[in-house]
Design a protein around this ligand. Structure first.
Ligand code: C2O
Length: 309
C-alpha cells in the first residue's frame, strides 16, 4: 500500500536530535503555474556568475542566521538538517519512513530539494532563484573536485567538517547507463508484487550518491559522511541536485520509465515550505519536474549515457 503522510507531531525521539517543530499538515502542495520556470545550472557555469554566487551565499547566511535567532523556524539550516535526519537516519516518525535503500530515495530527495530551493528563493527575495548542481559524474577533473565556492572559508557555503581534499573517483559505473529498469538504476521497494524483488539500493544511490558523501566527509563522521548530519553542509544540496539531475537524464533515455504502481505514486510525505507551512506532497506530483515543480536542468555533457550499453 502507499505510505504517508507522516504525522510530524508524533515524533519518537529515542535519544536523537531530529524531531521537527510539530505541526498539523493540512495543505497539499498546489500547482502554481505563475512560479517562474527555473534552470538549475552546473557549478562550473555559475562560478562565472558572481551575482548568482553572492545570492547563493547570502541565502545560506540567512538560513544560518535563522538557526541562531529563531531556532524553531523550520527554514533554518539546523532544522533543514533535522528534516533529512528524521527520514534518512534516525527514523523518528516510523521505520516505514526510511528514504534510503528503497524506491522512495529519488522522489523523496527531489521533494526535499524542491522545498529547500523555495526556502533559498525566499531568503534571497528572488522567486526565480535555483539551486546549482555539482556534476561529479563529469569526466573532467575540475568538475569532480569540490566546487571552490564551497571551499572558501569566509563563505556561508563553507563547512570545516570535510576532508581536506575530497577525492571523487570515477564512480559512474557503466552499468548505470545499462540499467533499463528503475529498480536497477533507482532503488527498489522493500517488497512489491509488481516488480517482484526484495529491497536494496539501486546503482545511482550506491555508486554515485554514497561515494560522494564519503569522499567529502569520512564515512560516519559529520557532516557529509553521516546521514544524520549531512543536511547541515550546504554542499549536500548541490550534491543531491546532481543525483536528481541524473535521474532526469536517465528518464529521458529510450525505454526508461518510473514505477507505475500506486504503492509508489500515491505515497505522500511532508515538508515545510518557504512560508514555514507544512505541505503534503505525493510521489506522482514530482515525477514530471518541469511541469509540476517548474524547474529544469542546464544541459551538460553526460558521458555516462553513451558509455557501455
Ligand atoms: Cu538522504 Cu545523500 O542523503
Amino acid at each position: 500500500d502507499p505510505i504517508g503522510p507522516p504525522n510530524l507531531s508524533n515524533c519518537n525521539p529515542s535519544g536523537s536530535e531530529c524531531c521537527l517543530p510539530s505541526s498539523t499538515p493540512s495543505t497539499f502542495i498546489a500547482l502554481n503555474s505563475s512560479t517562474p520556470l527555473r534552470t538549475r545550472r552546473a557549478l562550473q557555469t555559475v562560478l562565472q556568475d558572481a551575482p548568482y554566487l553572492a545570492r547563493l551565499n547570502a541565502a545560506y547566511a540567512t538560513l544560518r542566521r535563522l538557526e541562531r535567532d529563531a531556532p524553531n523556524d523550520p527554514r533554518g539550516l539546523e532544522q533543514q538538517r533535522k528534516l533529512h535526519c528524521a527520514f534518512c537516519s534516525e527514523l523518528v516518525y516510523g521505520s516505514e519512513y526510511n528514504m534510503h535503500g528503497n524506491w522512495f530515495f529519488l522522489p523523496w530527495h527531489r521533494m526535499l530539494l524542491y522545498y529547500h530551493e523555495r526556502i533559498l528563493a525566499w531568503a534571497t527575495g528572488d522567486a526565480s532563484f535555483a539551486l546549482p548542481f555539482w556534476n561529479w559524474d563529469s569526466d573532467a577533473a575540475a568538475q569532480k573536485a569540490l566546487p571552490s565556492s564551497y571551499a572558501d572559508t569566509t563563505s556561508a557555503l563553507y563547512s570545516a567538517r570535510r576532508r581536506a581534499a575530497a577525492d571523487i573517483q570515477s564512480m559512474i559505473q557503466s552499468e548505470i547507463t545499462g540499467d533499463q529498469l528503475f529498480m536497477n538504476f533507482g532503488d527498489v521497494p522493500e517488497s512489491d508484487s509488481v516488480i517482484g524483488t526484495a529491497g536494496g539500493n539501486g546503482n545511482l544511490e550506491t555508486y554515485g550518491h554514497n561515494q560522494v558523501h564519503n569522499a567529502v566527509g569520512p564515512n560516519g563522521s559529520p557532516d557529509m559522511g553521516n546521514l544524520a548530519w549531512a543536511g547541515y553542509d550546504p554542499v549536500f544540496y548541490a550534491h543531491h541536485a546532481n543525483v536528481d539531475r541524473m535521474w532526469s537524464v536517465w528518464r529521458q533515455l529510450p525505454g526508461r520509465s518510473d514505477p507505475t504502481s500506486a504503492d509508489f505514486r500515491d505515497s505522500r510525505f511532508v515538508f515545510y515550505d518557504e512560508n514555514a507551512t507544512a505541505r503534503i506532497i505525493a510521489v506522482s506530483f514530482v515525477l514530471d519536474h518541469a511541469t509540476n515543480l517548474r524547474y529544469v536542468y542546464e544541459n551538460v555533457p553526460n558521458t555516462w549515457t553513451t558509455r557501455a550499453e
